[in-house]
Design a protein around this ligand. Structure first.
Ligand SMILES: NC(=O)c1ccc[n+]([C@@H]2O[C@H](COP(=O)([O-])OP(=O)(O)OC[C@H]3O[C@@H](n4cnc5c(N)ncnc54)[C@H](O)[C@@H]3O)[C@@H](O)[C@H]2O)c1
Length: 325
């Protein structure tokens, strides 16, 4: 079994630890907080528990490190782990600046190590279904993708809605379209904590002319986790709040009947909800990381894809025009 260590045992870290403990040998656990360390010592009695990340890295038998600490710490911890020769799984985004992510990618490539960002949605069976619909041409040319990731809370104090929520949608939009944006704009405001935008609207335009939008907010009455893809022939919605109808395909589109001398009309056909496999995305994500560590699959791809996400995030962040209070 692959020997792993994990740093960051908080709200999300506990889900990663549960999964990695099932599919690998979770031999080290690390957290800066003593209370967390006590809790995890009781839960994982076979693992060694420490507050010192260096102690974990010094174990020559440790193959991989999982990082689930706050975003601001990711780059530094991932860099140290790669320099110590460990394969890295790091929660999203692995770095807050493109320059830092480039450095991590170079380190990983030089040492032939895995650097996998935690882009969970890429392992969601519904997102894979969207990707198939886009790639097979079922939807016709894709014109627009937009996402809604809104709720009342969780109100973060260190990372804004773009960094906290937007990374998920951005990773999916870039995965579906396989293009890097030519132009990006973000608008929003920090209503609750100074400097931490609670509501962010993002616009992206791609070289092919496709456009995308993201509405990101923790200051909203609706709990929405939705991605809509508008194609020339069909449209599809992935709604993660639905239990059974996660994906809905609308056979509706504009069309140009010859009898109307070029005026656009619309047509509406079947509305179809295919069955989406119920596999846990996090389990699939953890298993993929282990496969890469074991030498199966393209080791460099997750880091390279992650770099485009961080580059686009940085462009969006620097265009974020904050409205006057
Ligand atoms: N993929 C997803 O769907 C998803 C969902 C939620 C959170 N996340 C990501 O997971 C990460 C953690 O989020 P969370 O909600 O669990 O945060 P959290 O605050 O609940 O937990 C973070 C933990 O890291 C510990 N920590 C901080 N600095 C440390 C250091 N230098 N060394 C060791 N431990 C340290 C803290 O003591 C805390 O226990 C964030 O990057 C977040 O973006 C991902």
């Amino acid at each position: 079994m692959t020997r792993l260590g994990q740093a960051g045992l908080g709200a999300w870290g506990k889900n990663l630890a549960r999964n990695f403990d099932d599919v690998a040998d979770l031999v080290w656990l690390c957290d800066a907080d003593e209370e967390r360390r006590r809790e995890f010592t009781a839960r994982y009695p076979k693992a060694r528990v420490t507050g010192d990340f260096d102690e974990l890295l010094a174990d020559p038998d440790l193959e991989g490190v999982v990082i689930a600490t706050p975003v601001v710490t990711h780059y530094e911890l991932a860099r140290q782990a790669l320099e110590a020769g460990k394969h890295v799984f790091v929660e999203k985004p692995p770095a807050m600046r493109a320059r830092e992510m480039e450095e991590l990618c170079e380190l990983a490539e030089e040492r032939d190590l895995v650097l996998m960002p935690g882009h969970l949605l890429l392992y969601h069976p519904a997102v894979n279904m969207l990707k198939r619909l886009v790639d097979t041409g079922d939807l016709g040319d894709v014109l627009c993708v937009y996402s809604n990731r809104q709720n009342l809370g969780v109100i973060r104090t260190h990372e804004n809605a773009l960094l906290s929520l937007g990374v998920h949608d951005l990773s999916v939009i870039l995965y579906l379209l396989e293009e890097e944006p030519a132009e990006v704009w973000a608008h929003g405001n920090a209503f609750l904590n100074p400097g931490v935008e609670d509501i962010v609207f993002c616009y992206l335009r791609f070289p092919s002319g496709k456009i995308a939008h993201m509405h990101l907010s923790w200051l909203d009455p609706h709990k929405m986790r939705k991605i809509t893809v508008v194609g020339r022939e069909k449209m599809v919605v992935f709604d993660d709040m639905e239990l059974e109808r996660k994906v809905t395909i609308y056979d509706k589109a504009p069309w140009h009947p010859t009898a109307t001398w070029g005026e656009w009309q619309t047509r509406s056909g079947d509305i179809f909800c295919p069955e989406v496999p119920n596999d846990e995305p996090l389990r699939l994500e953890c298993t993929h990381y282990l496969e890469l560590v074991r030498g199966n699959g393209d080791r460099r791809k997750p880091a390279r894809d992650g770099l485009v996400v961080v580059q686009s995030l940085e462009q969006l962040q620097s265009s974020l025009v904050v409205a006057p209070a």
